[in-house]
Write a protein that binds this ligand. Sequence first.
Ligand code: ADP
Ligand code: MG
Length: 705
Amino acid sequence: MRREAEKSTKAARRAQDPASPLTPHPSLAKHGKAMLAALAKLGIHREFDFVLHLPLRYDDETHLWPIGEAPHGEIVLVEGTIVDNVIKYRPKRQLVCTVEDASGVLVMRFLNFYPSQVKQLAPGERVRLFGEIRQGFFGAEMVHPKYRVVREDMPVADTLTPVYPTTAGLSQANLQRMVHEALAASDLSDTLPPGLLAPFKLPAFRECVSFLHHPPPAAERAALQNRSHRAWRRIKFDELLAQQLSMRIHYDRRKSVSAPPLPPRGQLTHTLLARLPFQLTRAQHHAIAEIRTDLALPHPMQRLLQGDVGSGKTIVAALAALQAIENGFQVAIMAPTEILGEQHFNKFSGWLTALGVSVVWLAGHLARKQKRETLAQVAAGDAQIAIGTHALFQDEVEFHNLGLAIVDEQHRFGVHQRLALRRKGTRSGSAAQPHQLMLSATPIPRTLAMTYYADLDVSVIAEMPPGRTPVATRLVSDARRDEVIKRVRDACVEGSQAYWVCPLIEDSEALQLQTALDTYQRLLATFPELRIGLVHGRLPAAEKAAVMQAFQNGEIQLLVATTVIEVGVDVPNATLMVVENAERMGLAQLHQLRGRVGRGAARSTCILLYQNPLSQLARERLKIIFETTDGFEIARHDLRLRGPGELLGARQSGVPMLRFADLDTDLDLLEAARNAAQRILPLHPAIAERHLQRWLGGKQHYLRV
Ligand code: ADP
Ligand code: MG
């Protein structure tokens, strides 16, 4: 499922990739096809992109050392006359030139060289060499220095030499020249008024790019290198500002799109709340209040409901659904797996059928005829809630009047699957969009949320329902498997239920399936007295559903499962989970898996079996999961270990990625950029437009999540 989501995102990304332009930007028209391709690889699609192609590091070619005085072991610039030039064959074929000045002599050695170089480095020529002098067998020598033939009195560079990220087919010297030309030809005037920059003490744009491409020799090298220099900060601020502006614009644009207003009406909602076996938590009340207000507006809601695993997002979604239904509209619920879809169907039916609401489940295992009938019910508006995996939103499904689309575990879906849902419209042919509610248990640290969800509204359920005992986590070496087996038997005999999760096997579904089958057979042999079930991704949907139902009803005591049960599954009587080869799993995954237990009042345990030897990373992950149960804390560690791209999954393709700013170190700049974006947009749209043009060029269309 996840792989499918990724695939479709990748394909779509290719389709809209501006890196394969058929017609080059006019400012690059003078370049040939091969050069354009090389530039595109570097993200350079128009001349101005050279200005934003900033150096990785610098060489200091500003000081000319006398050969005899140049320090050894450091990169230095020297100049002298070639007195001798021979090709030697021992120990290896090589070109050896002797170079001298008034103070001393050194040998320059090339192991790879062209015949043209032999000619160029003829005795009598003056050369400038840039490299490291080492004490060789025959005296001072430089191996493969950067060199240049010079005329007398040629001035030495007065700025540091930039070294740019480059790619095959594009030499450093060529790239340096192109950047230099672009700097001279481009409009470097500021996009932002000085008043806006003053409070942040950020220098002018022109000054910054000139400085970063050609810093004077006295520049603070450390600040340049670690990108904390004021000039770097201005560039990062600009980049973050462009991102915030573009997200804000998308956010505001929603107000020009219409959606059916769905004001709270009450009757059904009151009945449901009165019948629930529990009271909503304060956090749940708060979240549903925010959603109620949004739904009443004539513009599409786009709200992300974040809450840790087990915090109770489903009931909030059900209450939102009721509000749409009370207004005579339909609701679509999209789940990432069949198991979860089925479970939602059971839950929603349990809560809502008694209220006269009709809920249908577009399961993968429906017979053709049954499927046709269900689709007809949806199209006629007889089905008020339609639940399905992303198949639900394929072209064949049409709604009578869709008012609200709910996406569970939204991080599991690609941008494009979510867009497909929105594009369905409230009914076919209508321009109005349904409201959208996304549920996510991936708790995003605040910094990331600010950057990546600036175009969404976010509600957070930051509290667990009462009466939960935190899950105890045990790390157990695979060598002590017998103790674990005894523990599983005891738990089941005492009336609890348990999960046994089989290892994740990267890239091989077949192998993972085999492991699950083997484990199942082994456990059957070990526990003849227990009722054991098996569930995995390859099981036909109807069987999968039957197994899950049996586990739910307590007919199965021990459920052997692949990671298909990772998300969403809710069986409160299950109090023990064993995860095999936990060292192979990521933090988010372990946290999600562990969230399958500890859902009732009884004390639950999660046993993480691991196999030695552990890699450094695996050891660190297991330590974190052992010490922490707080999803936000775990996500912060995950961010540190994996970086934002991985953590956010498919969403990144919908957001312009940051090239310069670093969310760990530049939090203050991010906040500044966010404030600036809020101030600029309503008052100075032209400034915003120009800034976006400079930073995103034609790439604005990327952002439309
Ligand atoms: P998640 O946020 O992970 O989707 P669920 O919505 O599946 O969590 O809820 C987890 C469990 O908590 C469910 O069994 C649900 O019925 C129960 N639950 C939800 N809200 C409350 C509450 N306020 N008090 C007690 N139990 C609750
Ligand atoms: Mg859930």
